[in-house]
Design a protein around this ligand. Structure first.
Ligand SMILES: [Zn+2]
Length: 77
C-alpha cells in the first residue's frame, strides 16, 4: 500500500445555486465559518444573525454582491 497524502487547504468554495440557507432554504448568499462548522445563510438571515455570530465566526464570506449579476433581467422591447 502506497498512500500519498496531499494536504489541501479547505478554502471556502464559492456559493452556488445548490447552496441553501440553513434557516429558510432560500439560495445562500453568505457563508459563516465557525469552529464547529459552516453555516449558510440567505441575505436576510445573514443580517438577522450577524450580531450574534460575528464574534464567534472565523470567517464571514458575503458573496451577495457577486450574485447580483447572475439575476437575469429580461427587458421587453
Ligand atoms: Zn434564510
Amino acid at each position: 500500500m502506497n498512500v500519498t497524502g496531499t494536504v489541501t487547504p479547505t478554502a471556502p468554495a464559492t456559493l452556488t445555486n445548490a447552496d441553501r440557507c440553513d434557516r429558510c432554504g432560500a439560495q445562500a448568499r453568505v457563508r459563516v465559518v465557525l469552529a464547529s462548522g459552516d453555516l449558510l445563510f440567505c441575505a436576510h438571515h445573514a443580517k438577522a444573525y450577524e450580531p450574534n455570530l460575528r464574534d464567534s465566526a472565523l470567517q464571514w464570506v458575503d458573496e451577495s454582491a457577486q450574485l447580483v449579476d447572475a439575476v437575469e433581467t429580461t427587458v421587453e422591447p
